[in-house]
Design a protein around this ligand. Structure first.
Ligand SMILES: C[S@@+](CC[C@H](N)C(=O)[O-])C[C@H]1O[C@@H](n2cnc3c(N)ncnc32)[C@H](O)[C@@H]1O
Length: 225
């Protein structure tokens, strides 16, 4: 893991370049028709064939679009069928803005599958004092508090706590409908869109999953409305 300082330096130097690259991509290359699927923050390996991968990391990863996801998404309004992100949004300073951007870019009837560290499960397991549930990444910790802190803040990489009610509040406010929490790996309400994503997700605890996964859709427009 890059140190926080190295990461801040990277975004300071590369931020303006990524901003310009995102704008150029949106203007000249972003698809305007056909089936469009976008994977935000795929990281180093969990790639999905046929999905447009957007990431800031082009050193150890293989992004199709080099862009900073703190900025407006590099896609046209109403242009994407499905958007997927897994353990990415907790790194963003303004997730309400992120959900507004995702909503803008989705076609009416399109859907977002989003996942990140499960704050609800972490609180339950903290109260139960289940140290083993937490593991000890990124820092070796032996206390329940230290392990809880690891998962929630991840050496200050994470900027928010993801709980279902919080996502429900901001996604519903944004306009998303049909919101539901999924049991990771096993479930999607949109198999034609997200079936292949399930294969990339791993979970060892199906009762109290480590990853909170939520799906929601942008409602179709009703004629005359
Ligand atoms: C913890 S990794 C998750 C990788 C993968 N999705 C997974 O589930 O294993 C977070 C990913 O989001 C990307 N990311 C985080 N903040 C970003 C930003 N502001 N702009 C672009 N990519 C970002 C990182 O570069 C990294 O690839």
């Amino acid at each position: 893991m890059l140190s926080r300082r190295a990461k801040a330096a990277f975004y300071t130097v590369a931020g303006p370049l990524m901003k310009a690259n995102g704008k150029l991509y949106r203007h000249f290359r972003a698809p305007q028709e056909g089936r469009v699927r976008v994977h935000l923050g795929p990281g180093r390996d969990r790639y999905l064939d046929g999905w447009i991968k957007v990431d800031a990391n082009i050193f150890s990863g293989k992004a199709d679009v080099w862009a900073d996801l703190r900025n407006p998404l590099p896609f046209h309004t109403d242009s994407i069928d499905s958007i997927y992100s897994h353990h990415m949004i907790e790194h963003l300073p303004d997730i309400e803005f992120h959900f507004r951007e995702v909503y803008r870019c989705l076609k009416p009837g399109g859907a977002y599958r989003v996942g990140g560290p499960n704050g609800d499960s972490a609180i339950t397991k903290f109260v139960e004092k289940d140290k083993e549930w937490f593991g000890d990444f990124p820092d070796k910790r032996t206390s329940i508090g230290g392990r809880f802190e690891n998962l929630i803040f991840c050496r200050q990489e994470h900027l928010t706590i993801l709980t279902y009610s919080f996502l429900d509040e901001i996604m519903t406010k944004t306009g998303f409908t049909a919101l539901h929490a999924c049991n990771p790996v096993k479930e999607t309400n949109y198999p034609e869109m997200f079936r292949e994503c399930l294969l990339k997700e791993f979970e060892t605890d199906f009762a109290t999953p480590h990853t909170l996964i939520v799906e929601a859709s942008k409602p179709k427009r009703t004629p005359g409305a």
